[in-house]
Design a protein around this ligand. Structure first.
Ligand SMILES: [Zn+2]
Length: 264
C-alpha cells in the first residue's frame, strides 16, 4: 500500500529518469486530459508532497498524481515490455528518448499550473519526508482536536502528511495505545511524530517496509495485516476493526493486551 515512503521512492526514481529530458511521448488516459499533449516539454523535476506526486514541466505546468490504494508509476527502457498490469489500468504515459514512465491505476491525475500547486497540496500538514519537515507544527496539529481517536488523527493528511494505514496501526502499537484512544489520553505527540518520521525515513529507500527493524519476510510489521496472529510482543491474538476518518475508513490493527482500551 503506497504511503509517504513509497511515494518518496517513486518520486526519486521518476526524477532520476526524467528530470532534464524532453517528453517525446505523451498519453494521458483520463477523459479530462485525453486531448492534452505534453510532447516537446522538458521535465523539470518530480517532487513528492506527502502522498502526492508533482511532475513539473517547463511552461509552468504540473502533472499532479496520487497513488491511492493501488496506483503506481513504473519505468521502462525504450523497447522493454510493460509489465505493470493490464493496459486498461494505464492512466498516463510520459516517454523520453530513453525511458517511458507509465502510471497504473492512478485514482487522481490532473494537469495544473505549477503556480497553483498550493491549491492541491497546500492543505497538507508537515511532510514527514519533506525538506521543510516541522515536528512542532505536526505535533500541534495532531493534538489540536483532543477528543479525536489517535488512529484517525494520524491518518489525516492535514495533520501530518505521509502516514497511511500501515503506519497508523504500527505507530499506535509502538506507542502502546489503542487506535481509538482520544488524542488527549495518547502518547506525547512530539515523541510520536518523531517516531513516525524515523520510521518513514528508515524505510524510504527500501522496497519492503519494516517497523520492527527486522527485514526478513513475515517479520516486517508488528500488527498490520496480522489479525488473529499472535502479537510479537505478548502472544495475544492481534485484532482488527474499521476506523475513520470518514471517507477514509480503513481497517486498524492492534493488540488488545499491549494496547489496552483507555476507557476500560
Ligand atoms: Zn501484545
Amino acid at each position: 500500500m503506497p504511503e509517504g515512503d513509497t511515494v518518496w521512492r517513486t518520486a526519486r526514481s521518476l526524477h532520476t529518469a526524467l528530470a532534464g529530458a524532453m517528453v517525446v511521448r505523451s498519453d494521458l488516459r483520463v477523459p479530462r486530459l485525453a486531448t492534452v499533449d505534453l510532447t516537446g516539454r522538458r521535465v523539470l523535476g518530480v517532487v513528492p508532497r506527502g502522498k502526492h506526486l508533482l511532475t513539473r514541466l517547463d511552461g509552468g505546468l504540473t502533472l499532479h498524481s496520487h497513488l491511492g490504494m493501488e496506483g503506481s508509476w513504473r519505468l521502462y527502457r525504450s523497447g522493454a515490455r510493460w509489465t505493470g498490469g493490464p493496459g486498461h489500468r494505464i492512466r498516463a504515459v510520459l516517454g523520453t528518448e530513453g525511458v517511458s514512465a507509465v502510471g497504473y491505476a492512478l485514482p487522481l491525475l490532473e494537469l495544473l499550473r505549477t503556480a497553483d500547486e498550493p491549491q492541491v497540496v497546500g492543505h497538507l500538514g508537515p511532510d514527514l519526508l519533506g525538506p521543510d519537515w516541522d515536528a512542532d507544527e505536526a505535533a500541534r496539529r495532531l493534538s489540536a482536536d483532543p477528543d479525536r481517536p489517535l488512529g484517525e488523527a494520524l491518518l489525516d493528511q492535514r495533520n501530518l502528511a505521509g502516514i497511511g494505514n500501515v503506519y497508523r496501526s504500527e505507530l499506535c502499537f509502538l506507542a502502546r495505545t489503542a487506535p481509538w484512544t482520544p488524542v488527549r489520553l495518547g502518547p506525547d505527540p512530539h515523541r510520536l511524530v518523531e517516531v513516525a518520521r524515523r520510521l518513514l525515513d528508515a524505510n524510504k529507500t527500501y522496497g519492503a517496509r519494516s517497523t520492527t527493524g527486522n527485514r526478513s519476510r513475515g517479520r516486517l510489521l508488528y500488527v498490520y495485516g496480522r489479525a488473529g496472529e499472535p502479537c510479537r510482543r505478548c502472544g495475544a491474538p492481534v485484532r482488527a476493526a474499521e476506523l475513520g476518518p470518514s471517507g477514509e475508513k480503513r481497517i486498524a490493527y492492534w493488540c488488545p493486551r499491549c494496547q489496552p482500551d483507555p476507557s476500560a
